[in-house]
Write a protein that binds this ligand. Sequence first.
Ligand code: NAD
Ligand code: MG
Length: 346
Amino acid sequence: MEQKNIFKKASRRQVLGGLSIGVVAAQTVPVFAQQTSTPVNEQVTPKQETPNQSVKQNPVKQYPTPPFSQQPQEPPGLASKMTPRPDHGETSYQGSGRLVGRKALVTGGDSGIGRAAAIAFAREGADVAINYLPAEEPDAREVIQLIRAAGRKAVAIPGDIRNENFCNQLVESAVRELGGLDILVNNAGKQHSVNSILDLTTEQFDSTFKTNVYAMFWITKAAVPHLSPGASIINTSSVQAYDPSENLLDYAQTKSAQVAFTKSLAKQLAKKGIRVNAIAPGPYWTPLQVSGGQPQSKVEKFGGDSPMGRPGQPAELAPIYVLLASQESSYATGQVYGAAGGSGNP
Ligand code: NAD
Ligand code: MG
């Protein structure tokens, strides 16, 4: 269908070139200069007043609103193939030294919410390892480039986290390459819409739980021995934990499990000085949603029924991940941070 917002598709070269400019701009020039000298911003998010989060503006108009075009992709999908391209903070996130010297592992760090966290962590001074599926290498390459452009160490560790051995290797590789671990973000997730319990296969149920619940357990279990006081674990749950949709029966259960995991583990690890929190996003414009997470008919209207009238962009979550990772949230553990654009829980 025709899009209300005319989106001028940038070539990969233009986007990457623009991103590189954006990284430098974010660190060295004042905000007003970015607005006039970074045309790629308009290509990424045409409806926005400006993506810069330090400028006062109407949040309703800051990013694209539905209708969106139908755009099916095979899971896990690529952010680089989405229209409009999600904003992960590439040209807008400005760090202020809040994570200097920290070492972070972000699963699903190639795209969407994990990518926004990875970019923000690097610009706040952290070295970052990302995990993703091999099919997502094109998205991952962009993130690696952005972390390096921020002057930080970037480590790419592709692999399938549904396998316990790989989860152990993932943590060992991250610790070895980064020289330790301070921040773990369990963010990778599988979401596949199925309308009826009668059509929900054991295979899908198993795969969703392996990705969203077992992997979080395996990765965290492998990471804890490497964490010292001041470390932070952040799990990406969902509004689905509190307000489950009828077409996400398996997925919603995993998101509830993540909340219970977070609250229980927070109690275990508080005495070690390790904090554990979760974030519960509402609708965000990411590959997960267009590659089977929602039926295409819902992709067209995605985020339209939230009070903001639009989906969130991953960049809008980055400051929450930074807050929970940093020492500033030293009394926050076992908490769930809602970020659903005006509805949902907690
Ligand atoms: P995304 O597609 O950008 O990220 C999901 C990532 O999960 C993928 O990039 C992929 O690397 C990873 N992944 C999936 N299966 C994997 C496997 N078997 N092995 C290794 N990695 C695997 O989409 P996103 O929306 O940014 O998703 C990130 C998290 O946010 C997920 O946990 C999702 O449940 C959660 N979430 C998303 C929304 C939303 O509206 N987008 C809302 C609430 C919660
Ligand atoms: Mg991805």
